[in-house]
Write a protein that binds this ligand. Structure first.
Ligand code: GCB
Length: 642
């Protein structure tokens, strides 16, 4: 095997060393402490002629700052590394990069129980050392991983953490890619998906403690009946002596509204009379109501051993062959496909950006989005839970072209990790198993049957979908999903410059999907690139006017489809402009956003806002914002009356 591709396979061989238990979000409590390792790390790219330099020279055993034959950069964590420096080589680097930093562990943590190290995600594959010793490896970006590091740390002293991160995508990674070598010998990463392959430690890094005997995982499923809510919970824990689990449900005012029974088993059902249900944004004046499920692990003498508080929402999700229902009320999804993407930090978590995004989502009157084309940061998902935004949660399988067993294993792993992470989120109302896989190939049939069966083995409480680009007549996978989704670019990739055929095409295609599969249908992507500030009347492709008209033609189709009773959602592609690989079809990236990359509205955003609020008023009787329409003219004054 080519020495340059060795790294990824090296990383993967040690995968079994990662933790197999729960992946609960780190939270402080009476029994748990936390230290953030975010901040400025050291960052090094190996010499181009020796990609394995870090391994050859045991970089994990020394401080990167001491290296003299490579440049040592400052690198913020969390962030993608690609756009931070001024080097094109770093932006387009293929293969390994190295990070390290020193950190202090309090003396009081010695014999506190256990210390854990958790990464929100590292893209794409990584190995982690503490004080020169390997502690974990992980493959697949956009998902958290952790390991217990109790015995690797020096207490009351300085410690060194080193991370090797590899962004190489090959035919057996999720998503797939291919590496080519230019005549100059430089490696180039190729991929068919349409967003920049950002990499690095892009989400928070946390060190936290648990007692030796601890709560490992919490799983919750909720139901509603009239105004009663039911919370079905299961707790897993690690303990070397007998313990009980006391579970209390606490409302927003701090009142305990339900508790586990006297036996305090690690499973049970809480009944909540007059429950505040979790409602989607716009369907209720108080959307996104969250309770706290407080779990206490107690010794047989009643002493507190461990405590963890999990936010939960009480709601039901059900579906038929024509509709999707939350708390037994049909919902119509109106929102976006999105990306984690912004200037400079790439896919790195950025709190100002994500709060701005949710403010725009609320401003525009959307009630849903899909995490196209990978799981988003937990902090982003937390806000969806809190604000009542419905999420179609997608795993990182995008544009898969070649199907084989080792890939299937990784694809299923990504879903296992995603569902483990997001299973308790009320905002997650559907799992998306893939975006635009090449499901025209016969082999895709057995592959996706297994993928969907796998999801169903892990979670039967939510419907499944795949965002399809194939035509209704040659798709091999839609028979397995609960909800049919399709992406189509009428007036853009098909019939660019001609908008008049859109309503007929969209109505015809959506109806054909429903007639063939007898399932509810969502249009997951439609849209057209638009250069902010480019204006033409009559509308002309790439102008703001063209995007507005393209949307209006789709709105006509959507209204016709809604009247037919099986059409349950419209998602404009995309929420905001985003960066892609360099290609002559993309001017500085994909410009299909209705917001610019810096999150300012194009004309289309104002247009979409009027529709989404009109839907909210029509469907849920929501009161529309006072600034939706600008004042134009008062009542007509008849001359004779003067
Ligand atoms: C698609 C893909 C999306 C692209 C979009 C486009 O079908 O799902 O990732 O960005 O088309 O703009 O071409």
């Amino acid at each position: 095997m080519d020495r340059r591709f060795l790294i990824l396979s090296l990383l993967l061989q040690v995968k079994s060393e990662t933790h197999h238990g729960g992946i609960l979000y780190p939270r402080q409590s009476e029994t748990r402490q936390m230290v953030s390792l975010d901040g400025l790390w050291n960052f090094v790219v190996p010499q181009a002629n020796n990609p394995l330099q870090g391994f050859d020279e045991h970089w994990y055993k020394r401080h990167l700052k001491e290296l003299t034959d490579v440049e040592v950069y400052m690198m913020p964590v969390p962030s993608s590394y690609n756009d931070i420096t001024t080097s094109g080589q770093i932006r387009d680097h293929v293969g390994l990069v190295w990070y390290d930093r020193k950190f202090f562990v309090p003396k009081s943590w010695y014999q506190i129980g256990r210390v854990w190290l958790r990464f929100g995600s590292v893209s794409y594959a990584s190995q982690v050392w503490i004080n020169g010793q390997l502690v974990m490896s992980h493959e697949i970006g956009h998902l958290p991983f952790l390991a217990e590091v109790t015995n690797f740390l020096k207490y009351g002293k300085e410690n060194l953490i080193t991370v090797a991160c590899d962004n190489t995508l090959l035919s057996d990674t999720v998503p797939q890619g291919k590496v080519d070598e230019l005549e100059t010998g430089r490696l180039v990463q190729l991929y068919s998906f349409d967003f920049f392959n950002y990499a690095g430690i892009d989400r928070p890094v946390t060190l936290y403690t648990t007692p030796k005997n601890y709560i490992d995982d919490i799983s919750v499923a909720t139901e509603v009946d009239g105004d009663v809510g039911f919370v079905d919970y299961k707790i897993t824990y690690i303990s070397d002596f007998n313990v009980t689990c006391r579970v209390s449900l606490i409302d927003k005012k701090g009142n305990v509204v339900a508790m586990s029974d006297e036996y305090d088993e690690p499973y049970g059902i809480l009944e909540v009379p007059n429950a505040h249900f979790w409602w989607p944004y716009l369907m209720d004046p108080n959307p996104g109501y969250l309770y706290t499920l407080q779990v206490e692990l107690l010794s047989e003498y009643g002493d507190l051993i461990d405590k963890y508080s999990q936010p939960i929402g009480i709601r039901s999700v059900t579906w038929t062959n024509t509709s999707l229902l939350i708390n037994n009320r049909p919902v119509y999804l109106h929102g976006f496909g999105r990306h984690e993407d912004s200037d400079i930090r790439g896919k790195g978590l950025d709190l100002p950006l994500i709060v701005r995004d949710y403010n725009l989502i609320k401003w525009i009157g959307a009630n849903a989005y899909r995490t196209s084309h990978y799981p988003y940061a937990e902090e982003i998902m937390d806000l969806a839970d809190e604000l009542g935004i419905m999420i179609i949660d997608e795993c990182p399988s995008v544009n898969t072209e070649f199907f084989f067993d080792t890939l299937l294993v990784k694809h299923k792993n990504s879903l296992t990790e995603l569902i483990k992470r997001d299973k308790n989120r009320p905002s997650v109302i559907m799992w998306s198993a893939a975006n635009e896989p090449r499901t025209q190939y016969p082999i895709a049939k057995s592959y996706f049957k297994e993928v969907i069966d796998h999801i169903k083995n892990l979670d039967i409480t939510r419907p499944t979908t795949i965002a399809e680009a194939q035509s209704v007549n040659n798709v091999e996978s839609s028979e397995f999903v609960d909800i049919v989704s399709f992406n189509r670019y009428n007036g853009w990739y098909a019939n660019g410059g001609n908008l008049d055929a859109i309503p007929l095409s969209v109505v015809g295609e959506a109806t054909a999907w429903h007639e063939k599969f007898n399932k509810p249908v969502i249009m997951q992507e439609y849209g057209g690139d638009t250069l902010e500030g480019l204006h033409f009347t009559p509308e002309f492709i790439w102008s703001e006017e063209y995007q507005v008209h393209l949307m209006s033609k789709h709105f006509q189709a959507f209204d016709e489809l809604r009247a037919k009773g099986f059409f349950i959602g419209e998602f404009i592609w995309n929420f905001a402009d985003f960066k892609t690989a360099q290609t002559y079809t993309r001017v500085g990236g994909n410009k299909k956003g209705i917001f610019t990359r810096s999150r300012q509205p194009k004309s289309s955003a104002h247009h979409l806002r009027k529709r989404y609020w009109a839907l909210a008023r029509q469907l849920y009787n929501a009161s529309v914002p006072s600034d939706l329409y600008n004042y134009v003219a008062g009542p007509v004054v008849v001359h004779d009356e003067l």
